[in-house]
Design a protein around this ligand. Structure first.
Ligand code: 3PG
Length: 216
């Protein structure tokens, strides 16, 4: 089976910062800091009013950053995200009606799932890359390991409750394409305007990724 565009995108990213932005200006500064740190993708959740403007601004102003929309819950949000310029779309979970809409998307999509049955419902529709959410609550790296037995061809992007120290353990799993989370862009850093902290967190994650890929 050839790898889907979504799987290729996730693998290339390796680490996916998940960010809920306050405004487009700070979103651009976050994206620049992440690129400076060595990361090339960002998931902007649609959980704030500024999200669509932020996606458009990052797309326009931050070359080298692939910007996606996260927390996409329905077909209307999928359309709005694409209209804003989102280069990929991520969902936290994927009921059948949303899976139908995702199959018609014009950009790579990463549907969310939380169980073997949910993953199987997605692979039956042709998806080969899945956001495992909420990863830590579901069982963390141990669950990722367990999924590889029955589902060796499914690439995962575990996300949800992951902290920096856990990154190497996730990245070491052969069925992990990418690891997502908000630990790279903490609210207190943004409140303090400390974008250097974002850059440094991105750099540590990029180093962990390079180390993990080198060992595989
Ligand atoms: C998401 O929407 O993917 C999560 O909010 C990110 O998870 P985290 O904040 O627990 O890292």
């Amino acid at each position: 089976m050839s790898r889907s565009a979504a799987a290729a995108l996730l693998y290339r990213a390796g680490v996916m910062p998940v960010v809920t932005v306050r405004d487009a200006d700070s979103a651009v500064r976050i994206a620049r800091a992440l690129v400076q740190g060595g990361l090339g993708a960002i998931e902007v959740t649609l959980r704030s009013d500024a999200a669509l403007d932020a996606i458009a601004a990052i797309r326009r102003e931050v070359p080298g950053m692939s910007v996606g929309a996260g927390t996409v819950l329905d077909a209307d949000q999928l359309q709005a995200a694409q209209d804003a310029g989102a280069q990929f779309v991520v969902t936290p979970g994927t009921p059948p009606v949303l899976a139908e809409a995702l199959m018609a998307a014009a950009v790579p999509v990463v549907p969310g799932a939380a169980s073997v049955s949910e993953i199987l419902a997605l692979t039956a529709r042709g998806f080969d890359a899945v956001k495992l959410f909420p990863a830590e609550s579901l069982g963390g790296a141990a669950m990722v390991r367990a999924l590889r037995g029955p589902l060796p061809a499914v690439g995962l992007c575990p996300t949800g409750g992951i902290v920096e120290t856990q990154l190497p353990d996730y990245l070491a799993q052969p069925n992990v394409l990418c690891v997502g989370g908000s630990w790279l862009v903490r609210d207190e850093w943004l409140a303090a305007g400390d974008f250097d902290a974002v850059r440094d967190a991105a750099r540590r994650a990029a180093d962990a990724l390079a180390g993990a890929r080198g060992r595989r």
